[in-house]
Ligand binder design. Structure first.
Ligand SMILES: Cc1cc2nc3c(=O)[nH]c(=O)nc-3n(C[C@H](O)[C@H](O)[C@H](O)COP(=O)(O)OP(=O)(O)OC[C@H]3O[C@@H](n4cnc5c(N)ncnc54)[C@H](O)[C@@H]3O)c2cc1C
Length: 394
């Protein structure tokens, strides 16, 4: 019997398992496939390297000093990370996931690879463990607490009864590739491109030879646009193509995956001896799609909650409520709500508000600062800001 079973060894699950193991708890970390490269831009904010994984520095990632954001009609805002906690980095997701999974294992978590969690083991109406499919048949893992960290495709999250299946209008759909070859993108910058629909594209240089390029839609525009088509249109757009002045570009990898788009599923975070963390519980920022940092935070808080619950011998729903009530989780919930309201504003005028904002920012430094703060520091713009954008749209 394990103290905790964590299903899914992505950023949320690995962080959770690491903290538990470091504190002397027996953890089973169940993973479908450690060779899977999660489709992701791999953009990491400074706090991940500074606060959670200083070990990342050993991989010598290229530091990003800032970047550019473009509106759909290609008005441009340049930003830098000074004042926002420091340089960001871009990682190949397979390398990142392996690194943080290894850290969990080194801390003492037991990793079970090639195990697909698919159901709970139930005794006397209590969920006492999980069942997995492996190449050699079904396996069972018993644990006091179960942490569901297996991302968007989580079967356990739905079977737990804590949440429903995703509805298409509550998610985003994105496709991306890693392209190898020397481009003219500045490797110390990130490039974000808003689109004329609910969605955006990005070019995140990983180093001087590789870029991660991708785009996606969200909410109702998942149904109005074809993901493969918008991806092809994006990478062939002349504003993107101009950076490919070299030759011999190789597409090293392509993948597509959904992500939550409406913020955290507050009512679904915990039950009797169960917690849901990361993507499986909606921990992705509604504007930027940033989910790695919030997933790590949720994994860590779930671990701390489990430690306290087991120590106090109370793993009931009531006891696990402190996961949701933790100041770091409350802060993320609050930030995402603010971001959701901004998304509504961006697209209330058929997407034109974003174009207007970028155009106004090009001509006015104060306005530009407000736009940048709105994207990167959860600062709600002033009423004058909204009035100005709305007035310009008439
Ligand atoms: C295209 C795209 C681009 C993105 N770009 C960024 C970005 O640049 N920066 C950023 O911060 N966020 C980005 N995100 C969001 C980010 O990828 C996620 O928020 C983050 O990976 C969530 O971490 P997680 O651990 O909750 O889930 P995941 O990373 O999805 O990890 C879940 C783990 O569970 C495993 N698993 C799944 N099912 C099972 C099962 N049945 N049994 C056992 N194991 C299972 C998986 O193999 C995986 O290892 C992007 C998302 C997408 C789709």
């Amino acid at each position: 019997m394990y103290d905790v079973i964590v299903s899914g060894a992505g950023p949320a699950g690995s962080r959770c398992a690491e903290i538990l193991a470091r504190n002397g708890f027996n953890v089973a970390l169940i993973e479908r496939d450690t060779n899977w490269r999660k489709p992701c831009g791999g953009g990491l904010s400074a706090r991940i390297m500074n606060k959670y994984y200083p070990q990342l520095r050993k991989l010598n990632p290229v530091l990003k000093k800032g970047g550019f954001m473009f509106s759909a009609d290609f008005h441009k805002i340049e930003y830098n990370w000074e004042g926002f906690g420091g340089d960001s980095v871009v990682m190949d997701r397979l390398e990142l996931d392996n690194l943080i999974r290894d850290i969990a294992v080194e801390a003492g978590a037991e990793l079970f690879d090639k195990n697909i969690s698919f159901d709970f083991i139930i005794k006397n109406q209590k969920k006492i463990g999980i069942k997995t499919k492996t190449t050699s048949g079904t396996k069972e893992y018993l644990g006091k607490i179960i942490v569901i960290a297996d991302g968007m495709s989580s079967k356990l999250a739905v079977k737990s009864g804590l949440r429903e299946r995703w509805k298409i209008e509550n998610i985003g759909l994105a496709k991306c590739s890693i392209i190898e070859g020397k481009t003219d993108f500045d490797e110390t910058k990130s490039y974000i491109y808003f689109r004329p629909y609910k969605g955006y594209g990005w070019v995140f240089p990983i180093d001087d030879k590789r870029i991660n390029i991708g785009c996606g839609t969200f909410e109702e525009d998942n149904l109005n646009y074809n993901l493969n088509q918008i991806y092809d249109d994006f990478i062939n757009n002349p504003n993107i193509k101009q950076y490919f002045s070299g030759s011999n570009y190789k597409n090293k990898w392509t993948g597509a995956f959904p992500l939550p788009a409406k913020g955290i599923l507050e009512k679904s975070l915990y039950g009797d001896n169960i917690m849901i963390v990361g993507d499986a519980a909606g921990f992705v920022s509604p504007i930027s799609g940033e989910g790695i940092h919030p997933s790590i935070v949720s994994g860590q808080v779930a671990a701390e909650t489990a430690i306290k619950a087991i120590d106090e011998d109370d793993i009931s729903k009531k006891s696990l409520k402190s996961y949701k009530q933790h100041p770091n989780i409350k802060k993320i919930i609050r930030n995402f709500k603010l971001k959701r309201s901004m998304v509504e504003f961006f697209y209330e005028n058929e997407g034109k508000n974003l174009d207007i904002m970028f155009k106004l920012a090009e001509a006015d430094e104060d306005f530009k600062t407000q736009v940048i703060n709105m994207f990167f520091s959860n600062a709600a713009p002033s009423n004058e800001f909204f009035t100005k954008v709305r007035a310009s749209s008439m």
